[in-house]
Design a protein around this ligand. Structure first.
Ligand SMILES: Nc1nc2c(ncn2[C@@H]2O[C@H](COP(=O)(O)OP(=O)(O)O)[C@@H](O)[C@H]2O)c(=O)[nH]1
Ligand SMILES: [Mg+2]
Length: 261
């Protein structure tokens, strides 16, 4: 009885296969090839997308003038502690880790590659080493000692925002006003306006010096209009943080926005 049913099923399948074969023969050959081609192309594209995703950068660069608090922020991101007084460094701090604030989260979280590039002018070429692989750049500003450093910070930021690497690859920049734990810290709005004003001045005094500069630098803003960060081709945002207390949700958000967990 059971074998009978099986026989019947076999027969049925054979009939279906014959039907299908007839149908395939009815389809013009060119159409058949086109269909196979489309399937192969789709598979190939999916493979490319996967490869591309995997090689997507997980590097976020921290930079800014020395004393702005980059190293403290770096350790806060990594260990959830500022390591007060135990850290002095002229070399870039570099590491790949899961953010300390995400340690308690369940499941697999993609580690972030964070580089703290000293702002000392002698070491600035280091920045160019890391820029090509940067998914985002954090420009740390000392909100306490802002005014005496405004000019120097603006010059450094100007250099960054006109770098061909930054402009063409549209690297997002976060201007992070650090040390807001102190009541005397300037607000991020104040700092943004001062930086914009200072960069506006630099723009007129620094128009292309040599052929080499023209090749590696891009012009900033809109000619004839006062400079503002929103005119940049890459996204430039301003936020606040305190590396000392570890209060830096906007920094963590920026990192996760550009390096997907
Ligand atoms: N009040 C306050 N001081 C900070 C903060 N972050 C860093 N500092 C201090 O600023 C100084 C420079 O910090 P550091 O991380 O070495 O700056 P870096 O040169 O940019 O790496 C140190 O004395 C820190 O204690 C902060 O959020 N608040
Ligand atoms: Mg440092």
């Amino acid at each position: 009885m059971e074998t009978d049913g099986l026989e019947q099923l076999k027969h049925q399948i054979q009939e279906w296969l014959q039907e299908a074969e007839k149908l395939i023969h009815q389809i013009p050959q060119t159409q058949l090839y086109a269909a196979i081609g489309a399937v192969l192309l789709t598979a190939f594209l999916l493979l490319l997308v996967r490869l591309f995703r995997r090689t997507k950068s997980n590097t976020v660069v921290l930079t800014g003038l020395s004393g702005s608090g980059k190293t403290v922020l770096y350790y806060q991101l990594r260990d959830g502690s500022s390591h007060q007084g135990t850290v002095t460094s002229m070399e870039p701090n570099e590491g790949t880790f899961v953010l300390h604030s995400e340690m308690s989260k369940m499941g697999k979280i993609k580690p972030v590659h964070i580089v703290d590039v000293p702002g000392h002018s002698r070491l600035r070429p280091k920045l160019d080493e890391f820029l090509p692989q940067a998914a985002g750049l954090v420009f740390v500003v000392d909100a306490l000692e802002f005014l005496p450093n405004c000019r120097a910070a603006s010059e450094y930021l100007y250099d960054i925002l006109t770098k061909a690497n930054v402009v063409r690859k549209k690297i997002p920049v976060l201007i992070l006003c650090n040390k807001v734990d102190k009541v005397t810290a300037h607000t991020k709005e104040f700092i943004r306006k001062q930086l914009e004003k200072e960069i506006d001045k630099l723009r007129t005094s620094r128009t292309a010096l040599s052929a080499a500069d023209i090749a590696n630098e891009c012009t900033l803003g809109i000619p004839g209009e006062a400079f503002a960060f929103f005119q940049c081709q890459n996204k430039v945002t301003v936020a606040e943080a305190s590396g000392l207390t570890g209060e830096m949700p906007q920094l963590e958000q920026f990192i996760r926005e550009h390096v997907k967990a």
